[in-house]
Ligand binder design. Structure first.
Ligand SMILES: [Zn+2]
Length: 488
């Protein structure tokens, strides 16, 4: 076994990603059953269509079609005027019809790209296609009451609309694969196509990983990796697989085309099954559904309600508002942060964007992380007022943070909290003068130190004034008043 493997130079890594996302619709793909499966007792959200009973006829969910078209528009894909549904035939206990309604050679959108940032710089991930299909039921394997094991089927998920998005085999690293998955999720959240929560199974990532000797053209043997339940797992699993394949190739072994699962606990992939070829599914056109026609009016309506996309928003924050690429990235990666940032600037367009960004990426996101969603009810107008008070010198930064936390927890207005806690900063030299004089009189040794040339004594005296005023004094002004008096 080679002591060190450096696949990045010996081999060229070629990764293609397939992502299934649950689309955000109220009802299922081909029936009126609810998609709100979380917490629903098994088999309560079903009907003859999603149970696959003979004779039941599917009806297309328009909203699901629109989500795929919106995705196509967002990635610059092409949408044909007419597409089709196809049956993907296979037997499994979670698929009572014996086939899944999907799209084979005429997907709703094809082509397009998604730009990502990696540690090696920007990279554009080419998209092959995005199509619509229906989810299967769910199998539950449990211990039986009388001993042994039992398998049960829950049809609540059967027929939930899924979009499958497939990239070209162009992604060059595990890191880029993770970034792509993250950026796609952000895009889908932004356009409202999916809630894309990985831990809820609403976004399932599969990676096709192959290696070829650097400088060669032919693709190597492809291994599909599944069961990656977080973005971190996506990167770890692919990195493991790249290394495993590089070692095998170094040792002169032949890789087999297979599907491997990711074991997050042990940090390794394992063989699940040998890969089926697509011919195994015997795709043929779905006879129960007409061809799917998309018209220009529908596309125009989706285009008209398309929000600003993440990449455009990041560019605007950097170029027009002068934010750093890092700040722009952090703000745009969280919808709540984006909304608050936009809200504060709308409430007071005169505030410096950089200062607002600091509050949102710092104080606000810290609160969200510390207290989950419950503690994060921050009103944009209140935060705008608070930042304005800091800017004008009426409130110290530390006191403003205190007010901010209390507002987020209680919903009280910032002005009420400032008044109640007596936090308004004293920036009036007349009002501060008496306190400064008193502190000078009470601390003769510090005064002597300062006059003897020990400049740091002024810090101690400033601290004493801050203490006397319970932190409300404008520290810069206090220092100025002290210097004036001590030099006299
Ligand atoms: Zn149904």
């Amino acid at each position: 076994m080679a002591a060190t493997v450096e696949p990045a130079t010996r081999y060229e890594v070629v990764i293609g990603i397939e992502i299934h996302v649950q689309l955000r619709t109220a009802s299922k793909m081909f029936c009126a059953c609810s998609t709100n499966v979380r917490g629903a007792p098994p088999n309560t959200l079903t009907c003859p269509v999603c149970l696959g009973l003979p004779g039941a006829l599917p009806v297309i969910n328009r909203s699901a079609v629109e989500h795929v078209l919106a995705t196509g528009l967002a990635i610059g894909g092409q949408m044909p005027d007419v597409t089709r549904w196809d049956r993907k035939n296979y037997f499994y206990p979670d698929l009572p019809k014996g086939y899944q309604i999907s799209q084979y050679d005429l997907p709703l959108t094809s082509g397009g790209a998604l730009a990502i940032e990696t540690s090696d710089g920007p990279f554009s991930v080419g998209i092959t296609r995005a199509h619509l299909e229906e989810d299967t039921a769910r199998l539950l394997h449990q211990d039986a009451a009388g001993g042994g094991r039992v398998s049960m089927v829950d049809f609540n998920r059967s027929g939930i609309p899924l979009m499958e998005i497939v990239t070209d085999p162009v992604i060059p690293s595990a890191e880029a694969a993770r970034r792509y998955a993250e950026e796609l999720r952000l895009l889908l959240l932004t356009i409202g196509a999916s809630d894309a929560q990985m831990e809820e199974g609403q976004m399932r990532v599969e990676a096709n990983v192959s290696l070829r000797p650097t400088g060669t053209e032919a693709l190597g043997t492809r291994v599909e990796v599944k069961n990656m339940n977080s973005f971190r797992s996506v990167e770890r699993a692919i990195a493991f697989e790249v290394e495993r394949q590089a070692r095998a190739l170094d040792a002169g072994e032949r890789l087999v085309q297979e599907t491997r699962g990711w074991d997050d606990t042990h940090g390794e992939t394992y063989t699940m099954r040998l890969k089926e070829e697509s011919e195994d599914y015997r795709y043929f056109p779905e006879p129960d559904l007409p061809p799917l026609r998309t018209d220009a009016t529908m596309i125009a309506a989706i285009t008209a309600r398309m929000p600003e996309l993440p990449a455009a928003r990041r560019a605007r924050y950097s170029e027009s508002l002068g934010l750093s690429a890092y700040d722009a990235g952090v703000l745009v990666s969280d919808a709540r942060a984006t909304a608050l940032f936009e809200g504060v600037l709308a409430a007071d367009p005169a505030l410096p964007a950089k200062r607002v960004a600091n509050w949102v990426t710092g104080e606000y996101l810290r609160l969200i992380k510390a207290g989950e969603d419950s503690s994060a009810s921050v009103d944009a107008g209140q935060l705008a007022w608070l930042i304005g008070e800091v800017e004008s010198g009426a409130l110290s930064n530390n006191n403003a943070k205190q007010v901010f936390e209390r507002h987020a927890a209680s919903g009280e207005t910032a002005a009420d909290i400032v008044a109640e806690l007596g936090l308004r900063q004293i920036s009036d030299s007349g009002a501060l003068g008496a306190t400064v004089d008193a502190v000078i009189a009470a601390n003769p040794s510090a005064v002597a130190d300062y006059r003897a040339g020990k400049d740091q004594a002024i810090r101690f005296l400033t601290g004493q004034v801050m203490k006397e005023t319970r932190g409300q004094a404008n520290a810069a002004l206090v220092q100025q008043l002290l210097e004036e008096r001590l030099r006299a």
